[in-house]
Design a protein around this ligand. Structure first.
Ligand code: TNX
Length: 522
């Protein structure tokens, strides 16, 4: 068994091994990949007497590659730098720390063009080194879209020169909610420490992250969540809200009623100013505007919103969000960007252009009418179904096996034409340190790479789990440890998890359960 994740389309193992390491003679087409290979292998042992050759072959798809490993020659055929790079990623994984790779023949290409990972740096902030470590891991797994959730109610984490308060003030919250116990009753437990002072990325730092990702064929997609999930910005510039009353950066999780006022021109101006600055930093094709969880309560009684609804001849408050989305989508389009957003951006889909992309996170299946209608209209979606892929949920609720089944259980042929790809999000309300981030992220990201890269016919969870276990050393060498198997298979469970009904009622209370039990053992 060749130990490769995600499993390639076709792979055949042969007798023997080829030396692989810093002593390889590397040459051929695709100069970026040749340079990358030299750089990454420079200190790796092995490779003597062997060559690694890159050739151009137009039979390969843009991201696909052919690989032939013989005892003295390793030949890669690809049609672009991307394919050549992915062949190199396969070789690095096959080699691990062994200094050699098994002889083999591989023909590979991805199932989906969009293979994403989202990191929430708003609720808790992640250092540039951590972000790069995850970008590296994504590259090894042949994933290509890094969705960066940069702002939320509890913190604004990206420098915007025109609005300096956003990071001076909007990055700081007075304290932090600790658990879901008492959820939405206002009685949740909180700590009493300020969080977030100085926790933001400067524009220069973001450019560095973008370049680092680009070298690994990963696009960075910024997300500025609007018009909801905006309390941190409203705390700095209260005029953005309907009432204009003073507000504080949120210390609680959940969905806030205090959202931006889509009846005020200031809000459109603000959004466009932020977009202007960010488009200078993120050269990619997509720009994510969030758009999720937008309670319309305040809009219903806001004179500005009601006037806008009347003036534009809109049906209701949902249509007002649709109007706002369309304005922003057109603005982004004028800058050469394609807008993406969570599925709520389609709550008034009739007035939305099918050019935009909806990221579907609510429980869905071929039965979701909104989604069906969108796809029928020719719209595209990215799948992030909450009950299969959410990484912040405990393993006893969502073992790897469930995440692995996302594709096979949810996608039917009629549906598939509308699917641009898949993305796995990591929300970080309850993740405060790297060890916990790794515990919940690493195994799921590895699993998900196979979900979105590999052919359906090659998917077999039992066989995948063997490759995963055989890869512990390799991922540990990338500083990405895989947590114990009894954890990711969901065996660490609170007693009530054995009773199905109670499980759903009470898991919220115990979102930290596995961590509390495991933290000293990781
Ligand atoms: C829902 S998914 C959210 C996030 C939370 C997450 C927690 C989505 C678009 N919105 O704001 O962090 O649940 O799992």
């Amino acid at each position: 068994m060749l130990n490769i994740i995600p499993v390639p389309l076709k792979a055949e193992e042969k007798e023997g091994f080829a030396p692989f390491g810093g002593k390889l003679k590397i040459y051929g087409e695709f100069s970026d990949t040749v340079k990358f290979a030299e750089k990454i292998l420079i200190n790796a042992k092995g490779g003597e007497g062997c060559e690694l050759v890159f050739e151009k072959n137009t039979d390969a798809t843009e991201e696909g590659y052919f690989l032939k490993v013989e005892e003295k020659t390793i030949k890669v055929k690809a049609s672009s730098e991307k394919g050549a790079f992915y062949a190199l990623m396969t070789l690095l994984q096959l080699a691990g720390n062994a200094g050699r790779v098994p002889c083999c023949e591989i023909g590979d290409k991805p199932r989906f063009a969009y293979r994403g990972f989202m990191l929430d740096s708003a609720r808790h902030f992640w250092s540039i080194d951590t972000v790069k470590r995850y970008i590296d891991l994504m590259a090894r797994l042949k994933m290509n879209e890094f969705h960066f959730h940069l702002t939320d109610d509890q913190g604004w984490r990206v420098e915007i020169k025109k609005y300096p308060l956003l990071t001076e003030k909007g990055s700081i919250r007075k304290n932090t909610q600790l658990s879901l116990y008492g959820y939405n009753s206002g009685k949740e437990a909180h700590d009493d420490v300020e969080y977030g002072r100085g926790c933001f990325y400067t524009q220069e730092q973001l450019k560095d992250i973008v370049a680092y990702a680009a070298e690994r064929h990963i696009e960075v997609i910024p997300e500025i969540d609007m018009p909801g999930h905006m309390v941190a910005a409203i705390a700095c510039y209260p005029e953005l809200s309907c009432t204009g009353e003073p507000a504080e950066v949120s210390t609680r999780w959940g969905v806030m009623d205090n959202i931006c006022c889509c009846g005020k021109e200031d809000v459109y101006r603000f959004a466009k100013d932020v977009i202007d600055e960010l488009c200078e930093i993120f050269p990619g094709r997509f720009f994510h505007i969030g758009g999720d969880e937008v309670p319309k309560k305040r809009w219903k009684t806001c004179p500005n919103c009601q006037e806008k609804i009347k003036k534009e001849g809109l049906k209701d408050e949902n249509a007002l969000q649709g109007y706002f989305n369309s304005e922003i989508a057109n603005y982004l389009k004028s800058k050469g960007k394609r807008m993406s957003g969570w599925n709520e951006i389609l709550d008034a889909q009739d007035i939305m252009d099918t050019e935009i992309v909806a990221q579907w996170w609510v429980n869905h299946s071929a039965g979701n009418a909104q989604e069906k209608k969108w796809i029928k209209r020719g719209g595209k979606i990215i799948m992030s179904p909450v009950s299969y892929v959410y990484m912040d949920h405990p393993y006893h609720l969502r073992p790897l096996k469930k995440t692995y089944a996302t594709d096979t259980e949810l996608l039917g042929a009629d549906f598939e034409k509308g699917v641009l790809g898949m993305e796995i999000p990591q929300w970080t309300e309850y993740i405060r340190c790297e060890k916990k981030l790794d515990m919940l992220t690493v195994p799921r990201l590895i699993t998900f790479s196979e979900v979105c890269w590999s052919d359906r016919a090659n998917k077999d969870y039992g066989e995948f789990e063997k490759r995963l276990e055989n890869s512990r050393e390799y991922f540990a060498s990338l500083n990405c440890p895989i947590c114990p198997k009894y954890l990711y298979t969901g065996k660490v469970r609170p007693w009530y998890a054995f009773t199905d009904g109670l499980k759903w009622a009470l898991w919220y209370k115990n979102v930290n359960y596995e961590w509390e039990l495991m933290k000293d053992r990781l």
